[in-house]
Design a binder for this molecule. Structure first.
Ligand SMILES: Cc1ncc(C[n+]2csc(CCOP(=O)(O)OP(=O)(O)O)c2C)c(N)n1
Ligand code: SF4
Ligand SMILES: [Mg+2]
Length: 319
């Protein structure tokens, strides 16, 4: 039987890097959005690798916005559909990278959420500005080495914790917030379908491994994404009408943060310098807090409790 490529929202031929988690996530998320959807797409890898002039992989109405205004364009399309009486017949899905979403595009997105504009916003979270050469974003994790937060003699890399975008979006009181991962690609369709069934503003953030920026093995993209969840450094959950439901915890228990950090070049410096060990403990303590917050019924493992105790000791204010 021949597969009809015209059924795909994203046709083959896009030019992402080998092992790109963003491309995998995009293909599945866009497909799950269903028919009669108008997409808006902020500048970033997702736009660049799908629309190399003079070709395009998009097999659906697609508007390329600026870096900062994918949500504003989606709002405009939503109001145009409303004016033409097409709401309910045509849907709107806005997309953008973590930089375009959590940094420069946050105001447009926040405004749309506040107004109650009816569209799904999807953030491809590869944790830096990858398209322009791996600069730090508000969603870059603590201690990651990027070109604008370089690890070296005076720094362990990014000295800020990842901005909690899902909770920021939830604070707008919107009816749907979801966090997915390219590692659990079979679950992405379900997240999208649950979101699309709800009217109003929806936010979905998808953890998208970037082998280029993370300096990880392109053949291990799925493993890396799974480890992010299994170490609880990237909690996966949904908030539907204010009710938080976490993905089931790993059946063999949470894994130590090191298992996720070690295979990635962006954290390599933590394993080289002796002082790096104390930084890994801090990262482990972040994971411990996530475990307690989203899986209160699951016992926090001893290695995570130990890390929390050591951080408390390190940060003790001495008179
Ligand atoms: C106002 C403005 N500033 C900077 C840029 C350059 N620029 C284009 S894409 C990009 C980074 C995109 O990062 P992200 O949104 O995380 O997407 P990714 O490429 O990582 O998927 C930057 C800085 C721009 N296009 N417009
Ligand atoms: S730089 Fe990263 S996100 Fe961009 S196409 Fe390559 S692997 Fe994908
Ligand atoms: Mg990015």
């Amino acid at each position: 039987m021949e597969f009809n490529y015209n059924d795909r929202v994203l046709k083959p031929g896009y030019t992402s890097c080998m092992g790109c988690g963003e491309a995998l996530a995009m293909r599945l998320v866009l497909q799950a959005c269903g028919k009669n959807v108008i997409f808006t797409n902020a500048t970033g890898c997702s736009e660049i690798f799908t629309s190399r002039y003079p070709t395009s992989s998009w097999n659906a109405p697609w508007l390329h916005s600026l870096f900062e205004n994918s949500a504003a364009i989606a709002s405009g399309v939503y109001y145009a559909l409303k004016h033409k009486g097409l709401l309910g017949k045509v849907s709107v899905v806005a997309t953008g990278g973590d930089g375009g979403t959590a940094d420069i595009g946050l105001q447009c997105l926040s405004g749309a959420a506040e107004r109650g504009d009816d569209f799904l916003y999807v953030c491809w979270d590869n944790e830096a500005y990858m398209n322009t050469g791996v600069q730090r974003s508000g969603l870059t994790p603590f201690n990651a080495d990027t070109t604008t937060s370089p690890a070296g003699k005076v720094s362990f890399g990014n000295d800020r914790c990842k901005k909690d975008m899902p909770q920021i979006m939830a604070a707008h009181g919107i009816p749907y917030v979801g966090i997915g991962s390219c590692g659990y690609y079979r679950e992405l369709g379900g997240l999208v379908k649950r979101a699309m069934a709800i009217r109003g503003p929806k936010y979905l953030q998808v953890h998208s491994v970037c082998p280029l920026g993370w300096k990880s093995d392109p053949a291990k993209t799925i493993d890396m994404a799974k480890l992010a969840f299994e170490t609880c450094l990237y909690p996966l959950y949904e908030i539907i009408n204010g009710v938080t439901k976490a993905r089931r915890a790993p059946k063999d228990g949470w894994k130590p943060a090191e298992e996720y950090l070690k295979p990635q070049g962006r954290f390599r410096h933590l394993f080289r310098a002796a002082e790096g060990a104390s930084q890994i403990i801090r990262i482990q303590a972040v994971a411990a807090a996530n475990m307690r917050k989203f899986w209160p019924e699951v016992a926090v493992p001893q290695f995570a409790l130990d890390a929390e105790a050591k951080v408390a000791e390190m940060d003790k204010v001495t008179a």
